[in-house]
Design a protein around this ligand. Structure first.
Ligand SMILES: Nc1nc2c(c(=O)[nH]1)N[C@H]1C(S)=C(S)[C@@H](COP(=O)(O)O)O[C@H]1N2
Ligand SMILES: [Mo]
Length: 336
């Protein structure tokens, strides 16, 4: 948490115990108070064994008195666990163990190197096969769409996982605004390309920057697919992909691109970052699947950060009921 004092003014920090007690308070059903408490919260605003060598893959601070409308309070009932009863990971865990190769491949150094990252001003250009190509200002995105809380499991292809209370809005709301054309079949997400801010982008022998990911149109339109603007009721920390990242909870974590600057609707299946770097190891679909081992490690189990033992990995990361039908008739052992 101490590291955080450097990136978020202490006045804006909502300590985790306060977040939790606010949530308990809300459970009492005191909605009038609860929504104002939440608005304050909104404003306040391993490599696993065997993977040594190869790389792997706010709300605004303006308040109601100012010109911009206050962000919509998060309407969903706050929770202490996910829908399966798994405890949330702590803010500390979620923000000090990160994959963000633009900074470094050292998970514990990402937060340190990301301290001074400039995530504002920021725009997101939505282009390609759409009737209304639009460049959105990040501050507008935070107020335009209700910010919902979604507790999702994040499963990294390296075999570790966390449970994270994100805030954000479903991607389909954004796509609706730009009116996709009927021949748009895939959605591509491009992360920031800025070697001045990203030490990891200066090694010309490393990867083909920028980081980019892609989803099929129906995956992008699925209600679980979230554009993330925050976590634990705070603006998204730099190391987690500020100011805007994806969360696609039924897929391995590398699909959830951070620091998104462009979204492009296209007809042909794009070649994402890791899939291009190593197609034998990282498939386009990358649905969490305990039955398809990665060439270098099993996917049957995982280590929840904060726990010592290993847990069984669930098909589609536990979201099969919601998403399995998207892949009806597809052989997921081949199209992994
Ligand atoms: N731009 C970008 N996005 C990225 C990555 C990255 O290196 N760069 N790493 C991915 C991987 S491998 C994982 S597991 C998740 C980690 O998200 P977290 O650090 O918020 O837990 O981000 C994904 N998004
Ligand atoms: Mo990952």
């Amino acid at each position: 948490m101490n590291r955080f004092k450097n990136t978020i003014p202490s006045s804006e920090i909502t300590p985790e115990h306060v977040y939790r007690s606010r949530r308990d308070f809300i459970k009492l059903g005191v909605w009038a108070f609860a929504s104002s408490a939440l608005m304050v919260a909104c404003r306040g605003n391993e490599l696993e064994a065997g993977r040594q060598n190869a790389p792997m893959p706010t709300p605004t601070s303006s308040d109601a008195a100012q010109d911009k409308p206050a962000p919509t309070p998060m309407p969903t009932a706050p929770k202490d666990t996910d829908e399966l009863g798994n405890k949330l990971n702590t803010f500390e865990q979620i923000t000090t163990y990160n994959n963000y190769y633009e900074f470094t491949s050292d998970k514990e150094q990402v937060a340190v190197l990301a301290r001074d990252f400039k995530s504002s001003p920021w725009t997101v250009a939505v282009t390609g096969l759409v009737n209304k190509p639009t460049t959105f200002d990040m501050d507008d995105l935070r107020t335009k769409f209700d910010q919902e809380e979604r507790v999702y499991r994040l499963r990294c292809v390296e075999g570790w996982s966390m449970v994270i209370p994100w805030t954000g809005f479903p991607l389909h709301k954004l796509l609706k605004e730009v009116e996709p054309k009927s021949n748009a079949r895939f959605v591509r997400f491009v992360s920031l390309d800025d070697p001045k801010q990203y030490p990891g982008q200066n090694d010309i022998f490393s990867f083909q920057w920028p980081y980019a990911e892609a989803l099929r149109m129906d995956e992008a339109m699925h209600d679980l697919t979230l554009m993330v603007t925050g976590l634990y009721g705070r603006p998204l920390p730099n190391q987690n992909g500020a100011p805007l990242r994806l969360a696609v909870p039924w897929k391995y974590g590398f699909k959830s691109a951070k620091a998104i600057v462009a979204i492009e609707l296209v007809e042909e299946q794009p070649g994402p970052f890791w899939t291009t770097a190593n197609p034998a190891e990282y498939g386009f679909y990358a649905n969490v699947n305990p039955e398809v081992p990665h060439p270098r490690w099993t996917q049957a189990t995982e280590r929840r950060i904060g726990e010592t033992g290993r847990r069984r990995t669930l098909p589609f990361n536990g979201y099969a009921e919601q998403v399995a039908s998207l892949y009806a008739g597809m052989d997921l052992k081949v199209n992994y």
